[in-house]
Design a protein around this ligand. Structure first.
Ligand SMILES: Nc1ncnc2c1ncn2[C@@H]1O[C@H](COP(=O)(O)OP(=O)(O)O)[C@@H](O)[C@H]1O
Ligand SMILES: [Mg+2]
Length: 261
């Protein structure tokens, strides 16, 4: 770690070791070593194309779905390298959930959107299922807005900001510990953005949250830790305040002062 230690030692939830990804032989991520802490929000920042989404996807092997992608190095979750042979991908993606830039609810009711995961993964039904759905919608700060038409209204009939919170509820319903969010606010208006930001701060108290954002003010507002990437390299990472106020590297300083590009 490049910055001073925090007051309370944080527990590492996920850690990469020499993590590299290339597409068609072209490197997009170059030997990244970073740690993400429990009950902490970490922001990943950097110019467009620097590898933020690639890094995020490598953390739950989503890059496996891209035929031209080759991953090298290690990612440890609970001390287990997720790239080891025999790792159960269904279990991994349950543990390491993900939401994307554009909200993508399923074309079904609000209830079904959230119920699908726990029914499939844990065989829940009836009362137990209803409770998990309600709990997830509450944690996603959506319950009060949707509780009256849970089983009537389609997820697609919600506003953009509500759809994104629905996707967050859908992720939470399968009980992950690590939450990956790839520019979750970039398709949203300022008020919806503010709601999602408040939600991320709240979730950061209970989960390991990793958020990609191209919005530096947002990173500063919502995260305790920040990693700065450029050209596929992790230039610097550490406590957000320190990184913004006293960056260790010239590239970081130039980027956060708006001198880059
Ligand atoms: N599916 C893909 N196929 C080929 N190249 C890709 C793919 N996804 C990303 N890349 C390339 O990898 C680099 C990093 O992309 P990405 O991780 O999306 O960056 P960011 O999220 O920071 O904008 C870019 O040069 C991009 O063009
Ligand atoms: Mg991206």
């Amino acid at each position: 770690m490049m910055t001073a230690a925090v007051a309370t030692p944080a527990k590492t939830a996920i850690r990469t070791e020499g993590l590299s990804v290339s597409y068609n032989g072209k490197p997009a991520l170059k030997s990244v070593n970073i740690e993400f802490y429990e009950n902490t929000v970490t922001a990943l920042i950097g110019p467009s194309g620097c590898g933020k989404s690639t890094l995020l996807r490598a953390l739950n092997r989503m890059n496996d779905r891209i035929p031209d992608a080759v991953t090298q190095g290690k990612v440890f979750v609970n001390g287990i390298n997720i790239y080891d042979r025999g790792v159960n991908l269904t279990r991994l993606r349950r543990e390491v959930g993900m939401v994307f830039q554009k909200p993508n609810p399923f074309p079904m009711t609000i209830f079904e959107n959230v119920a699908l995961g726990p029914r499939l993964h844990y065989g829940l039904r009836g009362r137990a299922l209803e409770e998990v759905v309600e709990d997830a919608l509450r944690k996603a700060a959506l319950w009060d807005e949707v509780k009256d038409d849970l089983k009537k209204k389609s997820g697609l009939a919600l506003s953009g900001g509500q759809q994104q919170r629905l996707c967050i509820a859908r992720m939470l319903a399968v009980q992950p510990r690590i939450l990956l969010m790839d520019e979750p606010c970039s398709a949203l208006d300022p008020i919806s953005t503010q709601k999602i930001e408040e939600l991320i701060v709240e979730l950061g108290k209970q989960y390991t949250v990793i958020v990609v954002t191209h919005n530096l003010q947002q990173a500063a507002r919502i995260s305790q830790y920040t990693g700065f990437l450029m050209y596929g390299e992790l230039i610097e990472w550490g406590e957000t305040r320190q990184l913004f106020e006293r960056p260790q590297r010239q590239e970081t300083e130039d980027y956060i002062r708006g001198r880059f590009g």
